[in-house]
Design a binder for this molecule. Structure first.
Ligand code: FAD
Length: 385
């Protein structure tokens, strides 16, 4: 399906209009109460914007990463936090690309309608960290079931989701020569699991509903397996470019929010009898942050266009994630400085967005790992780890 520039603008305008119903005060209160922005996610789901990547035959709009990115960007540039629901866009891709027709028919239409939530993606573990192949959570096949034991950490929205995409070892690390083998992906219906699945919230600096999850003899049907057993690492890698482009889009939205707030405040705030923005020491850092956000935005659209044309885009997706998250963090820092002491006052929302955008340099993948990808795979330097 081809989308014209007018279509993109119309998506932008519609999401912007939807976000107007969820002003700064909504996000501020949600954050201060560590609450889940349920009403916002409901409105976004009902509008169909959370299902844009689901093909039309399964009830979605069948649009591309460009459109999905614009939606997340607009949420963040409105002052909101698309981290509350973005995983549904990322994780659905694994089901779509590698799930069986039966699994797709069973889940995708219900996800598109908002009857089922696929908001949780369980990869990270305490003893593995960025080295995903070191995960220790085991899924052992017993007849038509798998028994899962292990622990995941930093798993967001597990309590706000019906389904969880789970990465687990079906063959132990030491028993495989190629360490990327022996890892499998499961689509776990958390409403139906048997055994002991414990979800314990973590107390973090961002309102991300993030948890530690303990699996003790958790019994799931073998039909939860996505694709072939042992090939799951490849399936997850297939989703990385989309994830990186979407995260870059969120960062671009944040970057625009910070630049807009900083430049407006710099015009309004009078000190020494003139607007603080009349001082180059205040004005130039804002202008520089703006330039960096705009440059990263070009990279994001380049990556998204290649992705949507089904061209190779690993380099572009990684560049976009790196540049956009760094540009938004720079803009956040500059915005906070521009607001002076008021930047620390919760009522101005700068400190909240500052915390939220900082996350994007670390999760879902740390920028160091992005640099390692660029150094090794694009610039062909030796592997650094
Ligand atoms: C709010 C939040 C939400 C999250 N949500 C989820 C989620 O829903 N699902 C999920 O699976 N995970 C989630 N995560 C986890 C996140 O993806 C990881 O925190 C991230 O990938 C980094 O892993 P780590 O924390 O174990 O860091 P580590 O791997 O311990 O790394 C620590 C630091 O060392 C650096 N480092 C490590 N190895 C190298 C190397 N070889 N070269 C250079 N630098 C290196 C890293 O870049 C990082 O800066 C979330 C995290 C947070 C904070």
């Amino acid at each position: 399906m081809t989308t014209t520039a007018e279509d993109l603008q119309s998506i932008r305008d519609n999401v912007r209009a939807l976000c107007k119903d969820f002003p700064d005060t909504y996000w501020r209160e949600t954050d201060s109460q560590a609450a889940y922005p349920q009403d916002f996610v409901k409105a976004l789901t009902e509008s169909g914007y959370l299902a844009v990547l689901i093909p039309e035959e399964y009830g979605g709009s069948g649009l591309g990463i460009t459109e999905a990115g614009i939606i997340l960007e607009e949420i963040n540039s409105s002052g909101g936090n698309s981290g509350a629901c973005h995983a549904q866009m990322y994780t659905m891709g694994t089901l779509l690309r590698h799930g069986s027709e039966e699994q797709k028919r069973r889940y995708l239409p219900a996800i598109a309608k908002g009857e089922l939530r696929l908001q949780a993606f369980a990869v990270t573990e305490p003893n593995a960290g960025s080295e995903t192949t070191r995960i220790e959570t085991r899924a052992v096949r017993k007849g038509d079931r798998y028994i899962v034991n292990g622990q995941k950490i930093f798993i967001s929205r597990a309590q706000q989701s019906d389904l969880m995409l789970l990465l687990a070892r079906t063959t132990p690390y030491n028993d495989v020569q190629d360490k990327t083998q022996g890892i499998s992906v499961f689509l776990v219906d958390m409403r139906e699991v048997k055994g002991n699945l414990q979800i314990r919230p973590l107390n973090l600096m961002v309102n991300h509903h993030t948890n530690t999850i303990f699996f003790e003899d958790v019994d799931i049907p073998a039909s939860s397996l996505i694709g072939e057993e042992g090939k799951g690492f490849r399936y997850i890698i297939d989703g990385w470019n989309a994830e990186r482009i979407l995260v870059a889009s969120e960062a671009i939205g944040d970057g625009h929010w910070f630049v807009e707030r900083a430049s407006s405040y710099a015009c309004e705030r009078l000190v020494f009898g003139r607007p603080i923005g009349a001082n180059q020491g205040v004005q130039f850092p804002i202008a520089k942050a703006y330039a960096h956000v705009q440059a990263a935005d070009l990279m994001r659209f380049d990556a998204a266009a290649k992705f949507d044309r089904k061209e190779k885009c690993g380099a572009e997706a990684n560049l976009a994630k790196l540049l956009a998250s760094e540009a938004s963090w720079e803009a956040a820092d500059v915005c906070l400085t521009t607001y002076g002491g008021y930047g620390f006052a919760r009522d101005y929302d700068v400190e909240r967005k500052f915390r939220e955008t900082r996350l994007l340099t670390v999760a879902p993948v740390s920028n160091n790992l992005i640099l390692a990808f660029l150094g090794q795979n694009v610039l062909k330097m030796p592997k650094s780890y």
